[in-house]
Design a binder for this molecule. Sequence first.
Ligand code: MG
Length: 216
Amino acid sequence: MSAKPYSPGYLSKLERLTTINRGFFTYDEGMKLFDEARRSMAEGTAYAIEVGSYCGTSTAFLGLAAKATGGVVVSVDHHFGSEENGPSWESFDKSLFDRERGTVSTLSRFRSMIHSLDLEEYIAPVVSTTSLATKFLRDRADFIFIDGGHGEEVAFNDYFSYVSLVRRGGVLAIHDVFEDPSKGGRPPFEIYTRAVASEQFTYMSNLGSLYFLRRR
Ligand code: MG
């Protein structure tokens, strides 16, 4: 395996950039995501899919895993934000608001994040809904990270659309899995429990609400 794909200076830059996106995805979660993705990509074809890019924080850590393994991360997002990123919600970031469309628009910040971290060679952004993207994303991935919308329909659609694309022995990661309903919305937890109940996946580890499952 190649040397570490980052230097201490690079890591502090990455840590600084992580705070810009209002902490939806923390630096510690990012390093955990990087570790797990790197391991499973090194064992397979070095191909990962991210479902829900938002502004690219988690994408950057997956990009580092791709850099370490000579692989690629396909990051799928329509870039108009999830329901919970809308103007009446507490996760609304008004600096991302697209007046013409009436929603946030995250593509520009996503691209500058990836550019400023020098990861453009390892990350292929797919600007698309899940339904459209899964019409052409057909190859099995070593690692799939679901971090899309938290609405029930959206979360289950992401789950059912991508779950069969995790290779045998590969990893399914899900963010915002809260067992305690007072800590966060239900659907990410429900898709996690659905995956475990399917008996196709076994629990590997978690860091807070970031869960990792291995495909049998
Ligand atoms: Mg999330």
